[in-house]
Design a protein. Structure first.
Length: 190
């Protein structure tokens, strides 16, 4: 059954820190950042990727096959934002990029807008949320990130977009990850 397996992966993903390259790029925690608050902000989005429902929408069936599903969770409090992503049913043994975006998912890939940035104009894993992952032989994957800042309640990210390629970490195309292949709309959770 997919739902219990996805739930198990979600629970184990929430215990993991960001992948080693992101930990190195983000550097050590220096305590709460500006705007730290104890009131938690929680966002969530999940579902089976379909061609019609923008809560979980697919843009490329070759890379996100029928039956694929995903779950994204964001919690922001006490000077940190923690984000986790769990997917099932994608192409096996393949690397994907994933980022938070500013707007909800739409029928067209670009409707989710640009990457969500804590510091406007700064393209880095310290200012953005990068969640690249590699699927296993069954097409399941997971990723998590921890950023040393809290979300602005007036400007929350609207979606998590899965990209066709891993995020470029250097050069003139830093932060890019290829075409948008699927999207999960994030909703505030009370």
């Amino acid at each position: 059954m997919r739902v219990p397996a996805l739930l198990f992966i979600m629970l184990t993903a929430s215990c993991a820190g960001p992948p080693a390259p992101l930990q190195q790029a983000m550097g050590p925690s220096e305590g709460p950042s500006e705007g730290a608050t104890s009131a938690a902000i929680r966002l969530s989005g999940e579902g089976e990727f379909t061609a019609s429902d923008t809560a979980a929408i697919v843009y490329d069936r070759k890379l996100v096959p029928q039956g694929a599903q995903g779950s994204a969770h964001v919690e922001s409090a006490d000077g940190q934002t923690r984000t986790s992503l769990v997917v099932e049913g994608l192409r096996p043994n393949r690397r994907y990029g994933a980022h938070l975006h500013v707007k909800p998912c739409g029928k067209k890939p670009d409707e989710a807008g640009p990457h969500y940035q804590h510091k406007a104009g700064e393209i880095s894993p310290a200012s953005e949320v990068w969640l690249d992952f590699t699927t296993n032989a069954e097409g399941a994957g997971r990723s998590s990130a921890r950023n040393d800042w809290v979300l602005d309640p007036a400007k929350l990210p609207g979606s998590l977009v899965i990209h066709a390629k891993a995020t470029k970490t250097s050069g003139p195309e830093v932060g890019t990850a290829g075409d948008r292949v699927a999207c999960l709309t994030l909703k505030k959770v009370s």
